[in-house]
Design a protein around this ligand. Structure first.
Ligand code: ATP
Length: 355
C-alpha cells in the first residue's frame, strides 16, 4: 500500500478555491492522491471537507483552480462521467428496491447485460458479507448493514475512485469501529483509490494511508497518521489530533527546556516559546526524585482502562493531564493530594501559540 503520492496520480487538485457569497469555504487548496491510496480529509465542522469532496465528485464547481482525474482536466465534466463512486451520508439507499436491486442499480443504468450484473452483484454480496439479506429492503436493515450496502452499490461499476462523506457518521461507537477496520481491510483487498471525510481523529488515524488536516478552508498539513500525530506542523494540528498540555519553555543558547528536558529550538525566544506535550509523553516521579522535575500535586486519578489518567496541578498553577501505565500507577501508589514531579519524555515547540 502506498503511503506517499508516488506512482500514478488519480486526483490532482491545484489552487482550488470556492466561496459561498462572502464566505470562503476553500482557499487555494493543493492535493494529490495516488492510485490505490486511502486518504482521509480531517477537520472540524465547517473546515471545507465536504465542499472539497463534492468538487472532486463534480457535484460542486470551484471558483478557481483545477481538478484533474486520472490525468484529465475534469472541470465541467458531469459527475456521472467521472468514474467515481460515492457514499454520502444523505445519499440514502433506494427505499423501494431490495438490497440486490440497490447494488445492481448503477450497472442497470449503464445498460450492462443482466448476466454480468448478476455475477457482479453476487461477488459484492459475498465480499460485503450480505448473504441472507439480499431480498430485504433498506428499512429492514441495521444502520451498519445499510452502510455496507451503500458501499457495495458505490463499487458495483468498479469506479476508479471512491468518495465517502462521513460514511459511518450516524452509527453507534461499536459499529463504527467495526466498520472502519473492515473498510481498511476491504481497501487493502480491492485497492480502489479512496478519499473519505471525517471529523473523527481516531477514525482518520486508524484507517488512512495519509491524513489531510483541514481548517477554515485551508490544508494545515498532509502526512501519514504517524507524521501528523508525531510531527504536527503547527499548534492547530497538534491540538486537533488529541489532548495536549501547554507549558512555557525556557530558551537559552538555542535550546528550549521544560522540566529537565531540553531540545533544539533555533529562532525561539522565551517570550514566545510554548512546549506542547501529550498526556502519554510525560512521566510522574516521586517528589524530589529529580531536582529539575516540574513540581505538582495529584488532583484526580481515573484508574479505569488500560492506562491510568491523572489530573495534576503544578506549583505554578497549571492543570496538567498525564496518562501512565497501570504498573507505574501501582508502583507510585498515586492518590489525590500527593506531591509528585513531572518530566516530559518529548515535546513539540511552537512559537505561534495564538490559536
Ligand atoms: P461538516 O463536518 O460540518 O460537514 P465540512 O468541513 O464538511 O463540515 P463544508 O460542508 O465543506 O464543511 O462547509 C464549509 C463551509 O461552507 C461551511 O461554513 C458551510 O456552511 C459553507 N457552505 C457549504 N455549502 C454551502 C452552500 N451551498 N451555501 C452556502 N454556504 C455553504
Amino acid at each position: 500500500m502506498s503511503t506517499t503520492a508516488v506512482g500514478v496520480t488519480d486526483i490532482a487538485i491545484r489552487g482550488v478555491s470556492r466561496a459561498f457569497g462572502e464566505f470562503k469555504a476553500l482557499r487555494d487548496v493543493d492535493l494529490e492522491v495516488a492510485s490505490g491510496e486511502l486518504v482521509a480529509l480531517l477537520g472540524p465542522s465547517g473546515s471545507g471537507k465536504t465542499t472539497l469532496l463534492r468538487i472532486i465528485a463534480g457535484l460542486e464547481k470551484q471558483d478557481a483552480g483545477s481538478v484533474m482525474i486520472a490525468g484529465q482536466e475534469s472541470t465541467g465534466l458531469a459527475s456521472r462521467s467521472r468514474d467515481i463512486g460515492f457514499v454520502f451520508q444523505h445519499y440514502a439507499l433506494f427505499k423501494h428496491m431490495s438490497v440486490r436491486q440497490n447494488i445492481g442499480f448503477a450497472l442497470k443504468m449503464r445498460k450492462t447485460p443482466k448476466a454480468r450484473i448478476d455475477a457482479r452483484v453476487d461477488e459484492l454480496i459475498s465480499l460485503f458479507r450480505l448473504d441472507g439479506l439480499t431480498a430485504r429492503y433498506p428499512d429492514e436493515l441495521s444502520g451498519g448493514q445499510r452502510q455496507r450496502v451503500a458501499l457495495a452499490r458505490a463499487l458495483a461499476f468498479e469506479p476508479r475512485i471512491l468518495l465517502l462523506d462521513e460514511p459511518f457518521g450516524a452509527l453507534d461507537a461499536r459499529v463504527r469501529q467495526e466498520l472502519r477496520r473492515w473498510l481498511r481491510r476491504l481497501h487493502d483487498d480491492i485497492g480502489v483509490t479512496t478519499v473519505f471525510v471525517t471529523h473523527d481523529q481516531e477514525e482518520a488515524l486508524e484507517v488512512a494511508d495519509r491524513v489531510v488536516v483541514m481548517n477554515e478552508g485551508r490544508i494545515e498539513q498532509i502526512g501519514t497518521p504517524e507524521e501528523v500525530f508525531s510531527n504536527p506542523a503547527n499548534v492547530f494540528v497538534m491540538k486537533f489530533l488529541g489532548n495536549v498540555n501547554v507549558f512555557h519553555a525556557r530558551v537559552e543558547h538555542g535550546k528550549a527546556s521544560v522540566g529537565g528536558l531540553a531540545i533544539e529550538a533555533p529562532g525561539s525566544t522565551s517570550d514566545s516559546a510554548r512546549a506542547y506535550i501529550r498526556p502519554h509523553e510525560m512521566d510522574i516521579h516521586r517528589a524530589g526524585q529529580h531536582a529539575d522535575d516540574i513540581p505538582a500535586t495529584v488532583a484526580f486519578v481515573n484508574p479505569v482502562g488500560a492506562n491510568v489518567k491523572v489530573e495534576l496541578l503544578t506549583d505554578a498553577g497549571d492543570v496538567v493531564f498525564v496518562e501512565i501505565t497501570r504498573g507505574s500507577y501501582l508502583e507510585l501508589g498515586l492518590e489525590r493530594d500527593m506531591a509528585v514531579g513531572l518530566r516530559p519524555r518529548v515535546f513539540n515547540i511552537f512559537d505561534d501559540y495564538s490559536i
